[in-house]
Design a protein around this ligand. Structure first.
Ligand code: TYM
Length: 374
C-alpha cells in the first residue's frame, strides 16, 4: 500500500481510503444492529434514508439511549461545527440527521461552534474571523430547520461562561499523555489546543449541570470526532455524569477521485454559499465511474461504485430507494451516460442551493435568538 492510500482519520485530517469496518475495530465502536434499527423504527415510523443507506454506520450506547427513552427518560442531542470557513455539503449530512432525531424524539439540541479550536489550530486566523464564521455558519444550521425552542447554539468564545467550570473539572481528570496519544499532540502544540478537548467535551454535560440532574446525551457526527468522545467517556463517571452516546456517520466524498469533501480542495467541494452556477460547474467536472467514450459506456456500462455523482444522489439528492436503484441499474447497463447523470445532479444541486440560500437569508433576522443566553 502506498503512503498516499494509508488511512488517517483524526478530527483535523482525513486521508487515504477510509475503511469503515477497520475504523469500527480501531476506535472500538459498535455496528448498528438489526435490533437497534427495529427499535429506532418504532419511534421514527420508518428509517431515515441516511440510516437505510448505512451512512450512519456505528455507535456507542445508542441502544442504551433508546432503552432509557423507552422507560421515559429523555435525552439531549449535541453536535457542532468548527467555524473556519463556509459550510460544505458534507457538514450538512450529520445535521440533517440530527434534525430528524430532534423531530422524532422531541429532543433539545446543543450545537457547539468551536471558534476557539479553529483560532488555535490555524496560522494567520484571527478570533474575529472565527467568531464571524460562527455567526455565518449558524445561518446554515438554522436553514436546516432546527426547532428554535429546542435548539441552543454555543459560541465557545462568546459563551465560555457556560462551559468553563465544566471544562476545568473535565481537564483535571485528563493528563497530557492521554491527549498526546489520542490526538497526536507534539512538543510544539500550543497549550490552547491541549486544553481544548475539555471544551469540546463540556456540552455533553451542560444539560445535566443546568438542570441539576443526570441527563443522557447523544452525539450524531461523522466518525472523525470520535477521539473527543473516547476521552469524554472516560471522565464522565468520575464527575457523576452519564457517558455520552454517539451515532457515527461516514464522510461525503469530494467530487474528485477519492478523499472526503474538504474545504481545502474547493474545486471538488460544494459550499452552501456557492453561486448555483459555480456549483453546477463543479458537478460537470466531477470524477465519475464512466467509460472513456459514450459508445463504450453504452456497450460496457459504468461503475457507479466509484462514481462521485452516484454517491451524491445516493447520500443527498435522491431519497427514493426505487429511483436510486434504477439509477444504479441504468448506469451498470449503459442506458445512461455520465453527461446525462451529471445534468440530473447539477439541477438538483442548483435547486437545493437556491432554497438553502433563501433559508440562510431568512435566518439572519433570528440568528441571535438561537444562541445560548449565558
Ligand atoms: P467540523 O467543522 O470539522 O465538522 C462539522 C461536522 O461535519 C462532519 N463532517 C462531515 N460529515 C460528512 N462528510 C464530510 N465530508 C464531513 N466533514 C466533516 C464532522 O464530523 C462534524 O460532525 N470540532 C468539531 C466541532 C464540534 C463538534 C461537536 C462536531 C464541536 N462539538 C460535537 C460534532 C459533534 C469540528 O471542527 O467539526
Amino acid at each position: 500500500m502506498s503512503s498516499e492510500d494509508e488511512m488517517v482519520v483524526t478530527p483535523w485530517k482525513v486521508a487515504g481510503k477510509v475503511d469503515y469496518e477497520k475504523l469500527i475495530r480501531q476506535f472500538g465502536t459498535q455496528p448498528l444492529t438489526k435490533e437497534i434499527l427495529e427499535k429506532l423504527k418504532k419511534y421514527a415510523g420508518s428509517l431515515h434514508y441516511l440510516i437505510r443507506r448505512e451512512f450512519f454506520f456505528c455507535h456507542r450506547d445508542f441502544d442504551w439511549i433508546l432503552n432509557l427513552y423507552e422507560k421515559g427518560e429523555k435525552f439531549v442531542l449535541y453536535t457542532g461545527r468548527g467555524p473556519s470557513g463556509p459550510v460544505h455539503l458534507g457538514h450538512l449530512l450529520p445535521w440533517i440527521f440530527t434534525k430528524h432525531l430532534q423531530d422524532v424524539f422531541g429532543a433539545k439540541l446543543y450545537f457547539q461552534m468551536t471558534d476557539d479550536e479553529k483560532f488555535l489550530l490555524h496560522h494567520n486566523f484571527t478570533i474575529e474571523k472565527s467568531v464571524g464564521y460562527t455567526y455565518d455558519n449558524a445561518l446554515d444550521v438554522i436553514a436546516i430547520g432546527f426547532d428554535k425552542k429546542k435548539t441552543k447554539i454555543i459560541s465557545d468564545v462568546k459563551n465560555i461562561k457556560a462551559l468553563y467550570e465544566i471544562s476545568i473539572k473535565i481537564a483535571k481528570h485528563v493528563n497530557f499523555s492521554v491527549v498526546r496519544a489520542v490526538f497526536g499532540f507534539e512538543e510544539s502544540t500550543n497549550i490552547g489546543l491541549i486544553f481544548f478537548p475539555a471544551v469540546q467535551a463540556a456540552p455533553c454535560f451542560l444539560e445535566s449541570v443546568l438542570t441539576g440532574k443526570k441527563v443522557p446525551c447523544l452525539i450524531p457526527a461523522a466518525i472523525d470526532q470520535d477521539p473527543y468522545w473516547r476521552v469524554t467517556r472516560d471522565v464522565a463517571p468520575k464527575l457523576g455524569f452519564y457517558k455520552p452516546a454517539q451515532i457515527h456517520s461516514k464522510f461525503l466524498p469530494g467530487l474528485g477521485k477519492g478523499g472526503k469533501m474538504s474545504a481545502s480542495q474547493p474545486e471538488t467541494c460544494i459550499f452552501t454559499t456557492d453561486p448555483p452556477e459555480v456549483a453546477e460547474k463543479k458537478v460537470f467536472n466531477a470524477f465519475t465511474g464512466g467509460q472513456p467514450t459514450a459508445e463504450e459506456q453504452r456497450r460496457l456500462g459504468g461503475n457507479p461504485e466509484v462514481c462521485t455523482v452516484y454517491q451524491y444522489m445516493f447520500y443527498l439528492f435522491e431519497e427514493d430507494d426505487k429511483k436510486v436503484r434504477e439509477l444504479w441499474e441504468n448506469c451498470k447497463s449503459g442506458r445512461i451516460i455520465c453527461g446525462e447523470c451529471k445534468s440530473i445532479l447539477a439541477k438538483k444541486v442548483k435547486d437545493f442551493l437556491v432554497e438553502h440560500q433563501r433559508r440562510r437569508e431568512k435566518a439572519r433576522n433570528i440568528v441571535d435568538e438561537y444562541f445560548l443566553e449565558i
